[in-house]
Ligand binder design. Structure first.
Ligand SMILES: Cc1cc2nc3c(=O)[nH]c(=O)nc-3n(C[C@H](O)[C@H](O)[C@H](O)COP(=O)(O)OP(=O)(O)OC[C@H]3O[C@@H](n4cnc5c(N)ncnc54)[C@H](O)[C@@H]3O)c2cc1C
Length: 192
């Protein structure tokens, strides 16, 4: 077990698409703290970019079971199982209602773009005691870069805006923060 208080920190979910929100629903059902960090103005913002296109999988395969149970508790009706939604319909009829559940809504940060993930005070070459420190996510919010600590990270940033996943990379002590973030961003850019 690590030496930080894991019960005090959330699981950080990168991306508020269908996978990120399904993860949030499961964590909520398990009583775990979580935070969803979504780069766009809305949940499902990548899907909205192709919102006019009809999906190839019907509703029954697009709705997560934990999310469905949470929604049905509020009187939400599942769409016709074998109908094919457009991207926009999936966002408006499923992701938005899910994200508006109070217990989920209060844990979503919009316009919050994760630009790096690291282990606190550890660079990539340090392996000893990595499990004793939390993750640190570098998050661009309103032109600032915030550091958010988490006990675990779920990368559900999808492939629409990220051909490669966000990988764990350098960290740094707070005084090296600016250097670290620039390095991190350069790394991301060079892999996109
Ligand atoms: C035209 C088209 C049709 C498709 N039809 C289907 C289909 O019928 N069935 C199917 O299963 N799949 C389909 N897909 C694939 C579909 O896009 C994915 O299954 C689904 O969107 C994956 O969900 P996701 O949550 O993993 O990723 P996404 O939907 O891509 O969501 C990722 C979210 O993460 C956010 N994000 C990205 N980077 C960051 C960051 N650094 N920091 C914070 N937030 C970030 C994005 O803004 C986005 O909201 C289709 C894709 C396209 C393009």
């Amino acid at each position: 077990m690590g030496q930080f208080d894991k019960s005090a920190l959330p699981v950080a979910i990168i991306g508020g698409g269908p996978v990120g929100l399904a993860a949030a629903a499961h964590l909520l059902k398990k009583g775990e703290k979580f935070i969803v960090l979504e780069a766009g103005d809305s949940v499902g913002s990548s899907m909205l970019e192709w919102g006019h296109v009809r999906m190839f999988s019907p509703w029954q395969y697009n709705i997560d079971q934990a999310a469905k149970e949470l929604l049905e508790n509020t009187g939400w009706m599942s769409p016709v199982e074998n109908a094919l939604p457009t991207g926009r319909e999936l966002v408006e009829e499923y992701l938005l209602p899910l994200s508006n559940l109070p217990e989920i809504k209060e844990n979503i940060m919009l316009q919050a773009k994760v630009v790096g993930v690291a282990k606190k005070a550890h660079d990539k070459l340090k392996t000893r005691k990595r499990d004793t420190v939390p993750f640190q996510l570098y998050v661009e919010v309103n032109g600032d870069t915030k550091v958010i600590e988490a006990k675990a990270v779920i990368d559900s940033s999808g492939t629409w805006t990220n051909p490669n996943p966000i990988l764990s990379m350098v960290s740094g002590r707070m005084r090296r923060e600016n250097y670290t973030i620039r390095f991190t961003m350069a790394f991301l850019t060079s892999n996109n």
